[in-house]
Design a binder for this molecule. Structure first.
Ligand code: AHR
Length: 654
């Protein structure tokens, strides 16, 4: 009897939890559930020296003068021989760890001196100060590794330490070679004190000859403890946005500075020592340590859909213009190479979604992810110049993907501006080929965003949907952020035709920035989120999949006022966004009559500040959203503060 009772109760509670799945309120318009996401490009040292947690710069001795005239394989390394030691170093290429990673360092230790209280330690070796200093935190652990190969008969002992600029040791370990073949050695260093400008010091303590490569140091505390992973604080700041998707790895980085510089995804998977590094179109070096596997893994870790973008077999039309290397302008892959290239695109889909037993699915499984990544979107091309060469190659790739993988949603491209020749031609090609989503880009004046809020109201709903893949107003002040917020309410209103949108660029390292307006600035220690970041976060973390008009009344003639109302059908929550781009408070009237029973209280978050207010490294918290619990009634008047975004979220009740 008791069992029957508990079965009944269990059955009842199951039924309750099933029927309590929220239904959208009546009269809503279905909008995209993937509307707001992130676009990550390796620009402004976003990857190496940024999100990628590797602390050693030029770990693989692959820097070279084609990237920067002053660079060479030994850049960012210093040869040291303390304690009256002596030896020699050379860069060699005869027998590397892997042909993709041709340069390595040979250390020839002729004499190891003696440690005395005057000279301190002794040995022959190398020092690396990372990307402007290595940040070390007291009590935390750091994972050191290197590939080494003994070139003389006896084992060579290496001391490894983290040191201050003045040479004080912050943590130490050692490794001893055991083989005349390349082999990976590891040591864990525990920091005894904190320091923001530390160096990694490796000293051979034994006479002999040794080859070294892939000298690496990762903090043990990295995002989700993923090996070869991401800097925890930066990754968390991105996760906090709750993006529905992440587009990667670019941007212009994708189509590259000349054909030889296109981003080829296959070069970025597998063991890091086997990846093909290359010059970054933005004027530095990319190790590909943050490669396709890590991007997909990060997306999965934060619940975002991956949106990889592949070159449309043409290089960037600005090739050679920015960095004066190459000078090719747009170049197209020869047609006789297209079948191989198309196969490369198809292989990505197999790598992401194929079974473990497939050729490329097996490589994903070997990297530690046997389950498919559930890739849904693939971008082809990045704001390319729409030439006949582009058209021909884009068409070939798109047709092949559609035929072999009808389940994949292709994202096409429509030039770098909100209008003009490339924009029109890009859309035309996409319409002819029935490409489901087209990527638009525009960076412009805040006033443009305010004046063009009706842009998508007028879009033809019979054509493809829009991915606003890159947009930003010129600046990181409050007025910029609020102009974007106003525009984002229009994206929500048009969420039936705008499928996705992402601000750009995302990250920028202080003193290593090529693109001025960005979402999050950072250095090795500090994160400086802009007001634009908070706008993105407030919209993205409060997305809905139904849009309701006529909920918020405002002065319709005032284009500086904008508002939207959405419902998240999973939770039933209603979310209001109220934007005031004026420099005085303005009233808005909210009428929630259509929503039946609603909770008595909700959460209200306000981002407000004067027109020119911004966050700086000196005051990273000048502009911050503030949240509070507020009473919610069926109808109320809201005074929107000057230059502000307000988000009000509350529950509906059955
Ligand atoms: O976001 C910065 C750059 O702007 C992107 O690389 C490119 O697509 C656009 O021109």
């Amino acid at each position: 009897m008791t069992n029957l009772k508990s079965i009944l109760i269990l059955g009842l509670s199951l039924a309750i939890s099933i029927t309590s799945t929220a239904q959208p309120a009546k009269g809503g318009k279905k909008i995209s559930s993937d509307l707001f996401g992130l676009f990550f490009e390796d620009i402004n040292y976003s990857a190496d020296g940024g999100l990628y947690a590797e602390q050693v710069q030029n770990r693989s001795f692959e820097y070279n003068p084609t990237e920067r005239r002053e660079w060479n394989p030994f850049s960012y390394w210093e040869y040291i021989a303390p304690g009256f030691s002596y030896g020699r170093i050379s860069i060699e290429t005869t027998a590397p760890v892997h042909p993709n990673n041709p340069h390595y360092m040979v250390l020839d230790v002729e004499h190891v001196g003696h440690e005395t209280k005057f000279v301190g330690e002794s040995g022959v070796g190398l020092k690396n100060s990372g990307f402007d200093g290595i940040v070390v935190k007291s009590g935390e652990k750091y994972n050191f590794s290197l590939f080494a190969k003994q070139l003389s008969d006896s084992p060579i002992e290496l001391s490894v330490s983290l040191q201050t600029r003045k040479g004080a040791v912050l943590g130490a370990g050692s490794v001893s070679t055991v083989s005349k073949n390349w082999q990976k050695y590891t040591a864990t260093l525990t920091a005894t004190a904190s320091n923001d400008t530390a160096s990694l010091v490796i000293l051979a303590k034994t006479n002999g000859k040794l080859a070294m490569d892939m000298i690496s140091l990762f903090p043990e505390k990295i995002f989700k403890n993923r090996p070869n992973g991401l800097r925890a604080d930066l990754a968390q700041m991105l996760a906090d946005v709750k993006p529905r998707f992440i587009r990667f790895p670019g941007g212009c980085l994708v189509h590259g500075d000349g054909l030889g510089n296109m981003y080829r995804w296959k070069n970025t998977i597998g063991p890091v020592q086997e990846r093909k590094e290359q010059r970054n179109i933005w004027g530095y070096h990319q190790t590909a340590g943050l490669g396709y596997f890590e991007y997909f893994q990060f997306c999965e870790d934060i619940g975002a859909k991956p949106l990889p973008v592949l070159p449309a077999a043409v290089s960037c039309q600005n090739s050679g213009g920015t960095w004066k290397i190459g000078g090719t302008g747009q170049r197209a892959l020869p047609l006789d190479e297209m079948q191989d290239y198309i196969q490369e695109v198809l292989d990505l889909i197999e790598w992401a979604n194929g079974p473990e037993t497939s050729t490329w699915g097996a490589k994903r499984a070997a990297a530690g992810h046997p389950a498919p990544f559930n890739l849904q979107y693939v971008g082809i091309g990045n704001e390319d110049k729409i030439t006949p060469e582009f058209d021909e190659r884009f068409t070939m790739i798109a047709k092949a993907v559609k035929e072999k993988h009808p389940e994949i949603t292709i994202v096409g491209t429509a030039g770098p501006f909100h209008s003009g020749e490339d924009f029109d031609k890009g859309w035309e090609i996409a319409s002819d080929l029935k490409i489901p989503i087209v990527d638009e880009h525009y960076y412009t004046d805040p006033k443009w965003f305010i004046s063009n809020q009706t842009r998508y109201d007028k879009y033809d709903r019979t054509k493809g949907e829009v991915y606003l893949g890159e947009y930003a107003s010129w600046g990181n002040k409050m007025s910029n952020a609020i102009s974007e917020a106003a525009y984002m309410t229009a994206l929500e209103r048009n969420g039936d035709v705008v499928q996705m949108a992402s601000y750009a660029p995302l990250l920028a390292k202080k003193n290593f920035t090529q693109w001025k307006t960005d979402m999050i600035f950072f250095d090795n220690v500090t994160l400086c989120p802009t007001p634009n970041y908070f706008v993105q976060k407030m919209f993205s973390a409060n997305q809905g999949d139904y849009y309701f008009d006529k909920v918020i009344a405002k002065d319709e003639k005032d284009i500086n006022l904008a508002a939207s109302c959405v419902q998240d059908s999973k939770t039933g929550d209603i979310i209001l966004k109220l934007v005031n781009y004026n420099e005085s408070a303005k009233p808005m009237k909210v009428n929630l009559g259509r929503f039946g029973k609603i909770s008595a209280e909700g959460e209200q978050t306000i981002l407000a500040g004067s027109r020119d207010a911004e966050n700086t490294f000196a005051n990273t918290k000048n502009i911050l959203p503030t949240s509070s619990i507020v009473k919610i009634s069926k109808s109320f008047e809201y005074s929107a503060p000057s230059m502000s975004l307000t988000v009000i979220r509350f529950q509906t009740k059955k």
